[in-house]
Ligand binder design. Structure first.
Ligand SMILES: [Cu+2]
Length: 245
């Protein structure tokens, strides 16, 4: 039975590759690049800060010391790149409408840290807030245009589902553990990406067009650039942050 399925799969695949059916979509553009740091990486303020969790015995047990997520520079590459930069389409999609995925985006509290530290989600897509720690967390959303949420998850394994409906970047904090903080970006389209450890991002599946792309970092602010994409085109776009300039 499994073999029959696989044969069917390949047969359909070959048929589509031949281009007969269906008409090929034009939403295949890609913009990729990196968030570059230009400045003196030797300065103390650019070293990763260490946060002490001793205030809460359960947090201390999980991880006595946590590295701050605010400024993480990848100094192994030249140029130096920045982690946790949210890159997104700011303008250029016109009045196109995009359907939010039904699978939730998870914001986990684990080891008394928010994972991930910068999270992107579409408006209307479920956000699932989880407590994976054996301690009490308070989740306090600080939005400007979305609804403010402020609730506790006192027990390990607790889950709360929420929906965000308006586009914005906002901060989330825990009122129990002052070192805990993260950021959520809500978008009315699926073209957003957070730079990883290597400081790179990728926006895929873009229709051809001219876009204003913005890159946001919680400490370094925003940078923008315009990118014009033809059908199926891949273009590079780097963002350079010079916080001391
Ligand atoms: Cu907490």
């Amino acid at each position: 039975m499994a073999l029959v399925k696989w044969i069917g799969f390949f047969a359909v695949g070959a048929f589509l590759t031949a281009g007969s059916l269906p008409a090929r979509g034009q939403d295949n553009g890609t913009i990729k690049g990196k968030a570059i740091f230009k400045g003196d990486v030797g300065l103390k303020k650019y070293k990763r800060q260490v946060l002490n969790t001793a205030k809460d015995a359960a947090c201390k047990r999980a991880k006595a010391k946590i590295g701050s997520w605010k400024i993480i520079l990848n100094k192994k590459t030249d140029p130096v790149t920045i982690r946790n930069v949210m890159v997104y389409v700011k303008e250029g999609l016109g009045d196109r409408k995009f359907t939010a995925p039904t699978e939730p985006v998870v914001l986990n509290q684990h080891g008394c840290e928010y994972i991930p530290h910068v999270l992107g989600i579409m408006d209307g897509q479920p956000l699932q807030v989880r407590n994976s720690d054996d301690t009490n967390h308070n989740i306090h959303f600080l939005p400007k245009v979305n609804q403010e949420h402020n609730f506790t998850q006192p027990k390990q394994g607790m889950v709360q589902n929420l929906t965000l409906v308006k586009e914005e970047m906002f901060k989330v904090k825990c009122d129990v553990h002052p070192w805990m903080g993260c950021h959520i970006g809500v978008f009315d389209h699926p073209f957003f990406s957070v730079t990883g450890k290597d400081g790179t991002f990728e926006l895929k599946g873009l229709p051809p067009g001219k876009y204003l792309i913005e890159a946001w970092h919680e400490e370094f602010g925003t940078q923008t650039t315009t990118v014009e994409l033809a059908v199926d085109e891949t273009k590079a776009a780097d963002f350079t942050f010079e916080p001391d300039k």
